[in-house]
Design a protein around this ligand. Sequence first.
Ligand SMILES: Nc1ncnc2c1ncn2[C@@H]1O[C@H](COP(=O)(O)OP(=O)(O)OP(=O)(O)O)[C@@H](O)[C@H]1O
Ligand SMILES: CC(C)(CO)[C@@H](O)C(=O)[O-]
Ligand code: BAL
Length: 278
Amino acid sequence: MAIVRTPAALTAAVAAWQRDGLRVAFVPTMGALHAGHLALVTEGLRHADRVVASIFVNPKQFGPAEDLDRYPRDEAGDAAKLVGAGCTLLYAPSVETMYPPGFASFVRVAGLPDLLCGRVRPGHFDGVATVVSKLLAAARADVAVFGEKDWQQLAIIRRMAADLDLGTQIIGAGIVRDSDGLALSSRNLYLTPDERQRALALPRALATAQATLRTGEPVAATLAAASTALAAAGFARVDYVELVDGETLGALDAPVPGARIMAAAVMGTTRLIDNLAI
Ligand SMILES: Nc1ncnc2c1ncn2[C@@H]1O[C@H](COP(=O)(O)OP(=O)(O)OP(=O)(O)O)[C@@H](O)[C@H]1O
Ligand SMILES: CC(C)(CO)[C@@H](O)C(=O)[O-]
Ligand code: BAL
């Protein structure tokens, strides 16, 4: 698998494939790859002839007290995994390449970033939108694949891509879970064995709330019970458990088609998120 490190090289490689009549899928990541990421490559191959992935730990989406420095990095190991998944090209720019001296722009999507995770990660989604707009502009792929594990992120990227006419179809890929139900996430590496076991309360609380809501039980009481269960399991902080419209992310007081129950909570020093369709 070739590795390119400049936007111009990425643009040229994708354009050459497209000139040969090939469709190209793009899978942006921050590395520390697991089966959830590789499922995005697989999904990309369902829509395209070639898949290019990116690995860039984006400093603009990490808050000052977050884990930018300790975020796991293993480009060589990630590259081997990508080859095994059928990825043909890796774009792995440096921070200096992505944000050269004098960089002074940012992309902000109004509305969606202010909800859910945006309330506790101020500026996070501006960082995401800025880097993803740059990545999509450089790749100019036919499709780009993002995970439903980061549902709010996916909704924001869909909005941005449509608003800015970025010309790349945004595809959402289903959540890949560990055998016990915990959503795979690079940050799961931070969990101690005891925390990893306790973290199972997150998918379990969502599943219980999903079942309860489907019986017509009151939403507020159902969500409160989920939050209580997370706290009882040892989550140090429950950022939210909300029933929202899957597109607008607006809070709902009753389930409707397309609704999702979404949650974020901190176990030890690890912030976990998850969501389920209702
Ligand atoms: N378990 C998963 N199922 C489906 N998609 C996933 C999963 N985990 C990550 N992704 C997707 O992979 C892409 C890259 O995400 P990222 O590199 O941040 O990995 P991550 O596991 O989400 O890491 P983090 O722990 O920082 O959230 C995103 O589109 C994300 O939604
Ligand atoms: C989309 C993304 C690669 C942008 O840095 C990141 O937010 C992620 O990995 O989900
Ligand atoms: N996949 C989520 C990336 C982040 O939390 O920055």
